[in-house]
Design a binder for this molecule. Structure first.
Ligand SMILES: [Zn+2]
Length: 132
């Protein structure tokens, strides 16, 4: 399942409140519409409704594709703030990671995460590609 938290923060430019959704876990099998938002980064942009300023928050989360049987754990330096180690996510990882067909990867950059998603979508072997 997907997990997210709705937050509000003050626009750095005009101080008006901006609503923003922080995703802790994105299950693209159950929420396929979120996959393109990861790939085009729109999931990580908050746009101020008052002044139109764009704020970019590439916050870490768990990317889970049950069809492809992959779990990609994107961690960034802000990750502690969004409680990526929450019990619910730990359970999800535990439940699926132990299935032998599952691939589990940890990446530290958003671009690396996207790269992995694309590699697995093409049914390629990411280790082989990195070696190359
Ligand atoms: Zn603003």
């Amino acid at each position: 399942m997907s997990l997210y938290t709705e937050v509000q923060f003050k626009c750095f430019n005009c101080s008006e409140p901006i609503p923003f959704t922080i995703w802790q876990s994105v299950n693209v099998t159950l929420d396929p519409e979120q996959k393109s938002r990861v790939l085009d980064s729109s999931m990580f942009f908050a746009i101020c409704p008052s002044c139109g300023n764009e704020h970019f928050f590439p916050i870490g989360f768990l990317y889970h594709d049950m069809d492809k049987q992959i779990m990609l754990f994107y961690r960034d330096e802000e990750s502690e703030k969004v409680d990526l180690e929450s019990a619910v996510i730990a359970n999800e990882v535990h439940e699926f990671r132990t299935l032998s067909e599952y691939k589990y990867r940890v990446v530290n950059e958003l671009n690396r995460l996207k790269e992995k998603i694309i590699i697995f979508d093409e049914n390629l072997d990411d280790f082989e590609i990195e070696h190359y």
